[in-house]
Design a protein around this ligand. Sequence first.
Ligand SMILES: Cc1ncc(COP(=O)(O)O)c(C=O)c1O
Length: 389
Amino acid sequence: MSARQWTYLDHAATTPLDPRVLQAMLPYFNEDYGNPASVHSYGQRAEAAVEAARANLAAQLHCAPHELVFTSGGTESNNLALRGAALAARQQRGARHLLVSPVEHDAVAKTARALAEQFDFELEWLPVDGFGRVDPADVARRLRPETALVSVILGNNEIGSLNPLAEIGAICRERGIPLHSDAVQAAAHLPIDAASLQVDLLTISAHKFYGPKGIGALYVRQGAPLLPQQIGGSHEEGRRAGTLNVPLIVGMAKALELIQNEMEEQGQRLRSLRDELIQGVLNAIPDAQLTGHPRERLANHASFVFEDVDGNALLMLLDDAGFACSSGSACKTANPEPSQVLLALGLTPQWALGSLRVTLGKDSTPEQVQALLSALPALVARARQLELA
Ligand SMILES: Cc1ncc(COP(=O)(O)O)c(C=O)c1O
């Protein structure tokens, strides 16, 4: 990049690799490069590294090591969870009802739609409040004996809201219905205890917590029915075929260990920066709203809508001024349609099209927040003029 000063404020899209994670990974690219499935010593060393990483991850997530399946990331974990659990429930007990929150990442929402279209599942969207949160009582009311799976996101990627997952988990567990949660955004900001959340399936992805891209895991509770979706070798106890990516697995475990250990200190710092940013934007910019819950939200996450603004135009203006932000999920930035998540909150397209997501990280400073607060009012005004032109 050029000598110009850049400010990266898009940590929900991805995070920079922690140098300590890179160091942990390096030997498994060029020294211990064996295939963990091989019988010889190279294979044994690779297998030992994978199993140490698995045990470390399991300790962080409060589960047993064999309850983790390594995948290529959040998208694959969500696909495996929804397809694998829904199809197993149908095979074992004829269940064909899916209950899914309407504020999910596309990797859940589109997979649920595909299950309805291609496999004839009945897809029911849960209601959410104006902050995008699911009321556990609504889950209780809508659960049926023939519900195959419930899926509710833990920390929302677009609007930052946190769901009362443990309460939802208790209800699903009592009724014997499996619950999946996408914890891709939450893992960098909350302790994740799979046992006390009472989930059956839980998704994480390393690049959202300063680990490498292209690696994730799915927690699958011991005994939870799951049909494999990628068939081949008998890796991962038959739940996901494919040679294990040793350096990335080692990196993911190291990254989760570091972030979970540093979370308390980072969390306080990020929450206070986030709240300063939110108040600053709402005070300085007319016709602006916070999206998502004001307090029950991810520590690093500030998201807004501005009336009569083209969100993509605002992002370009911000980029010109040296700020890397986002308008929702990273995948949506080229899409001129209003986000389904923002529409589910009850926002009109006129508001929903003007969204801005600012997500802070370990390296974000009070000076960066102040610089954004100084620049943003004029950039929003400029985007509004472009809208009128
Ligand atoms: C909530 C959520 N789920 C899933 C994903 C997809 O994860 P990955 O990029 O690892 O495929 C993302 C990435 O933006 C996300 O924010």
